[in-house]
Design a binder for this molecule. Structure first.
Ligand code: SAM
Length: 202
């Protein structure tokens, strides 16, 4: 059978899956319809913690329902109906630098209100906070959508931020189709190699 290359979202799952273990801490920064949240829940629970963000009530509701439909115990899952730019203040301080996986899937809710979209400024703020929250060997994945209004600029500025990360502390990859339209979504993934210089590595 034919096997197309993985899509951007599939790449994010492929990179994360072999690294996730029950007991890890994970964040879904853009819940949407909950596909990524379910994936994370299935790999870090039980014993782990999953924190889920979305600004929209329909996204939180649909994500909670998806987890329930798959019999995910919700006692280790925390929902925040607020912007991911509140990431650091929303999570317990004890988890600072202890998050093993953080997923961003930018843009709008499929089938939802296309005006409720991620915005460059809050996206960049949230991503900077996410980089701070990452545990050593933790992964941050970001799927970007250059195809919609504002999405091209958002993708470009996220890519600039990632390309300027110090290579002694982070490694960054981009997974993109080279011969498709430039509006095709692509994935950027960051791995934290070690704790920030000067921060305790307990
Ligand atoms: N990961 C989702 C899934 O698996 O179904 C898809 C996410 S969808 C492409 C993007 C989501 O980001 C939308 O549901 C939208 O409401 C949400 N969003 C927009 N701005 C946000 C913000 N500042 N903080 C958190 N979520 C936001």
């Amino acid at each position: 059978a034919h096997q197309p290359f993985p899509t951007a979202v599939q790449w994010s799952h492929l990179l994360l899956q072999p690294r996730l273990q029950p007991g890890m801490n994970a964040v879904d920064a853009t819940a949407g319809n909950g596909h990524d949240a379910l994936f994370l829940a299935q790999h870090v629970l039980p014993n782990g913690k999953l924190f889920i963000f979305d600004i929209q009530e329909p996204a939180i509701t649909s994500t909670r329902q998806r987890l329930l439909d798959h019999a995910i115990p919700l006692d280790s899952v925390e929902f925040f109906q607020t912007g991911h730019q509140t990431l650091i203040q929303s999570l317990p301080p004890t988890l600072h630098g202890q998050i093993n996986a953080i997923m961003f899937n930018l843009g709008y809710l499929p089938g939802g209100d296309k005006s409720r979209i991620t915005l460059t400024e809050s996206t960049l703020s949230a991503i900077r906070q996410a980089l701070d929250m990452l545990a050593p060997d933790g992964l941050l994945t970001t799927v970007v959508y250059p195809g919609h209004d504002g999405g091209r600029e958002e993708a470009a500025l996220v890519e600039t931020l990632f390309s300027q990360l110090p290579s002694d502390i982070f490694e960054v990859q981009k997974h993109a189709f080279l011969n498709y339209r430039p509006t095709t979504p692509y994935l950027m993934a960051v791995r934290r190699k070690k704790a920030e210089a000067g921060t305790p590595t307990t």
